[in-house]
Every structure is written in C-alpha cells, then in structure tokens.
Design a protein around this ligand. Structure first.
Ligand code: 4AD
Ligand code: MG
Length: 466
C-alpha cells in the first residue's frame, strides 16, 4: 500500500481532512536553507512544479543527518501537515522523521546550482528531468499526448497502429534508416553485385517509417476516421533547432473530407490543444512563461482567439516577392518555402497563423490530389509563429489513373506499393489527412526554441547517447 501523498495533491487545497494529521511525503531536495534552530527544505516529487516546504526543528534531528540533506538528495519525510506560517505556500510539513533514500554529494552532483543553459543540460539529458524546466516540459508533454487521444476519441476517430518497419518509401527516397539483420561486414551479394536482401530478415529491403500516412489511408477507407500517434524516423542530416531524427507524429486521416474540411479539423484540433494546456497546465505554463519566453502566454491566447489565414501558395509567393524583405533564399514560383519565408508571412505580414494551400505539384508528394490547373495540388501546410511549419497535409488523389501518372512521373518504384493502389482500385473515395509534428507542437506550447529540449531523449545526427 502506498502511504505517501503526492505533493501536487497536498498543494491543491482540497486537503481539509489531512490538516493537522501526520502524513508521509517523498521527493528530491531542491534547496535547504535555515538557521541554528530550524531548517527549511524545499521538496519536489515531480508531480508539480511547486515544492512542498518541509520544516525541520534542528534540535529534533541528528546533526549528521541534517548535513547529508543537500540539493538533489532523495528523502522520505513523515510529519504533520499544517497551514504555512510563511508566504508563498498554503501548507507545509513539520518533520517528525526523515529518512534519506539517496544522497547527492554537493561536490559532484551536476544540478547543485540553478540556472544551467539548455546546452549544458542536453549533455546530461539523463539528469535533466530533475530540473524545474524539464519537469514542466515533460508534464506538459504528457498532458498534450493525453489531450490528443481525448480529442480524437471524443470526435469519433479510431486510433490505428501503423507499422514502424516498412518496405515502402512514402515521402521520397534518401532519408530513411535501413533495418537489417544482415552482417554488415559480410554482406550476401547477388550475381549483379548488389546486396541480396532476399537473405535479410524480411526477405526484402526494409526501413524505419517516415510517416504512418499510407497505412493510415487504408484505415480511413475502411473505418472512416482514424488517427495514428507514434514515432517516425528521418535520416536527413539537418542539424536545425526544428528537426529530429526520431520524432512523434499525429496523423489523422478521414474518408469523405475535402481540403476545406481538413483545414477546419487542423485549426480546431490545434486550438483545442492550446486551450487544453491553458486550462489544465496553468502552473507549468506560467513557469515556462516567466523563465523562458515572456510572450508565451500571450502567444497561446492570441492563436486561440484568431481565425487562421487561408492562402494559396501562389498568392504567398506574390506577397513575399513584393515584401521588399531580404531573404537568404530567393523567392520564385515553384520554390519550396524556407522557414524564413514561412515566418515572414506569419510573424511580419499576417501576424497570425497561416494555412498555405495549393502548392506546386513538383515540390509535394505523389499522393496529393491534383488541381484542374495541372500545376498545383491540394496540399496544406499550417504555419505558426516562432515555429514555421507545424502541420503538413493534403487532400489525397483518389483517382487511380491520376495517381498512377503522378507515380510514373516521379519514377517511384511501385512494386511494393500495390496494396496502396488497391484502395483506389476498389471503392475509392475522396479523403484527406495531415501530420502534426508532436515536438513542433511542444515547442509552441512550452516556448522553448530548440526541439532537442522538448523530447526526453533527443535523437539527432551524432547523438544517441541517452
Ligand atoms: O510535412 P511532413 O513531412 O508530412 C508527412 O509526413 C505527411 N505524411 C503527413 C500526413 O499528411 N499524414 O511532416 C509532418 C509534420 C511537419 O509539419 C512537422 O511538424 C513534422 O511533421 N516534422 C518534423 N518534426 C521534427 N523533426 C523532423 N525531422 C520533422 N519532419 C517533419
Ligand atoms: Mg512538410
């Protein structure tokens, strides 16, 4: 039986019946201060950003024991819950017994002091969840993950588990991690001098998935509305503050949705998540706002209260070209927009989230629904302040012949994709979907500026230590 009480519950305020009784709390020491007579220990157990004040009468405790209570040590405290004398907290615990579970020597405990940079904390990613900042981020991450499942469940979507190991290459080759059990030092070769994947575990060449979309479409065209929420992998060597090699993606896919419906869903979904965070994560958001990004709360409220601008790519190019702004990358019709362009539109021109639609076919994936102009496709990217692209999606091409043409135009190997084409062969239907990068969302929700800081164990080029 767990007897101890979580600090979040103690500080919540509905603990009338516990007042004056002896309770047990467990957690890590954030700070200890005091004088000859009394020690004040700020205890945190991870359940909330807020610490519980433990008051220890110096006389009651062994000197040696008190000395071993330093920042980072883990304690089990039994004591009386009373209204706090000091300001800053409603209740405190008057210690009767203190057991030290684990010491943290001040000489080498890396989080002895406050105020470390994110860069330093990344080098001790195994310990950083013990800091206030990462505690807040990880709790926010949990609440957002929960809210995502709640949103889709409440809206009649089914959670579809798509595979992580795949033999298809959905978004274009070149940026996937290979999955193999072949001995890389003794590769079996075919007569033509190529690696003989028939001898590999799956009898064919396989990769880690870059997206669950193609399998998601199978789900949508049978269950109606599905979503996936899982890890995805991209081996592109882009060392930016917005790219991870392993990231989580949420991909809803809906039969009978056209691009307008897809946009409505994306906007409603993002606003729901922001509102959920504001309503349920007040303390952690306020902490992030005060410590890391003084405009965070204003930005969250702003996005919540304004309709997203919806704009064709062609008009966006026009705005960028007429902006008079100096961009590092040139702007012309057909260019794949860079983050600087996206952020100019969102932060300077519209000062509002923007959904760009109808992109040139050449810069988008083969599966997007083709417009009648023969040049553009029913793509949509949702662009956010501070982030740039947060969502990428489209209406899908449901016409077998048009899809086949897009595939051949792009020289895509379809021999492993017959199953995808079959959805268009039998009972095809208009459908749409999108992918939300979970860590991009977390950047927006937390106000952090590097994506390595919103996932517990970041995977980036040359980094998979912890
Ligand atoms: O735009 P992307 O590549 O779209 C797809 O993968 C589609 N199959 C989604 C769909 O329609 N079902 O990726 C979707 C989102 C991006 O908008 C971005 O938020 C995020 O995934 N993303 C990344 N996040 C972190 N690190 C990376 N390397 C990312 N690449 C994409
Ligand atoms: Mg994209």
């Amino acid at each position: 039986m767990i007897k101890h009480i979580e600090i979040a519950r103690l500080l919540k305020g509905d603990n009338e019946q516990l007042m004056g009784t002896s309770i047990e709390v467990k957690g890590w020491v954030r700070t200890k201060r005091g004088n000859k007579h009394v020690a004040f220990i700020a205890l945190n157990d991870g359940s909330t950003i807020n610490n519980l004040q433990v008051v220890a009468d110096v006389e009651r405790f062994d000197d040696e024991l008190l000395k071993r209570i330093t920042t980072g040590a883990c304690l089990h405290v039994t004591g009386k819950l009373v209204a706090s004398q000091g300001s800053g907290q409603s209740v405190e615990v008057q210690a009767e017994q203190i057991e030290i579970y684990g010491e943290a020597s001040p000489e080498d405990y890396p989080l002895q002091k406050k105020g470390h940079t994110p860069e330093f904390l990344r080098s001790i990613a195994h310990m950083r969840p013990r800091t206030n900042t990462y505690g807040a981020i990880l709790r926010l991450r949990h609440h957002m993950a929960f809210a995502i499942h709640k949103y889709y469940n409440d809206h009649g979507f089914f959670y579809l588990h798509t595979p992580l190991i795949t033999s298809s290459d959905a978004e274009g080759a070149g940026d996937m991690f290979h999955v193999t059990t072949l001995d890389l030092n003794h590769l079996p070769m075919t007569e033509e001098g190529k690696v003989d994947y028939e001898q590999d575990f799956f009898g064919k060449h396989t990769n880690l998935t870059v997206s669950g979309q193609l399998e998601g479409e199978l789900g949508a065209l049978s269950l109606g509305k599905i979503y996936t929420f899982g890890p995805t992998f991209r081996a592109e060597n882009s060392n930016t503050p917005r790219h991870l090699a392993e990231f989580w993606m949420i991909e809803p896919e809906m039969a009978f949705y056209e691009l307008e419906d897809n946009m409505d869903l994306a906007e409603d979904f993002l606003k729901y998540l922001i509102k959920y965070a504001i309503d349920n994560c007040e303390d952690d958001l306020k902490f992030m706002n005060d410590m890391w990004d003084k405009e965070l709360l204003d930005r969250l409220h702003f996005v919540l209260e304004h309709p997203f601008i919806r704009l064709p790519y062609t008009e966006a190019i026009d705005i960028l070209q007429k902006s008079g702004q100096k961009f590092e990358f040139p702007v012309y019709w057909g260019v794949d927009l860079q983050s600087e362009h996206e952020r100019y539109l969102v932060e300077k021109h519209f000062k509002c989230p923007v959904i760009l639609i109808d992109y040139p076919a050449e810069i988008k994936a083969f599966y997007m629904k083709q417009n009648d102009d023969g040049k553009t496709v029913r793509a949509m990217d949702v662009l956010f302040p501070k982030i740039g692209e947060i969502i990428g999606g489209s209406q899908r091409e449901e016409n077998y012949d048009k899809l086949m043409k897009a595939i051949t135009d792009r020289n895509i190997h379809m021999k492993d994709m017959w199953w995808y084409l079959d959805t268009r062969r039998w009972g095809t239907a208009p459908h749409s979907g999108f992918g939300l990068g979970f860590e991009r969302l977390m950047l927006f929700i937390t106000g952090m500026s590097n994506i390595r800081d919103v996932i517990p164990f970041p995977r980036t080029p040359k980094n998979a230590e912890f």
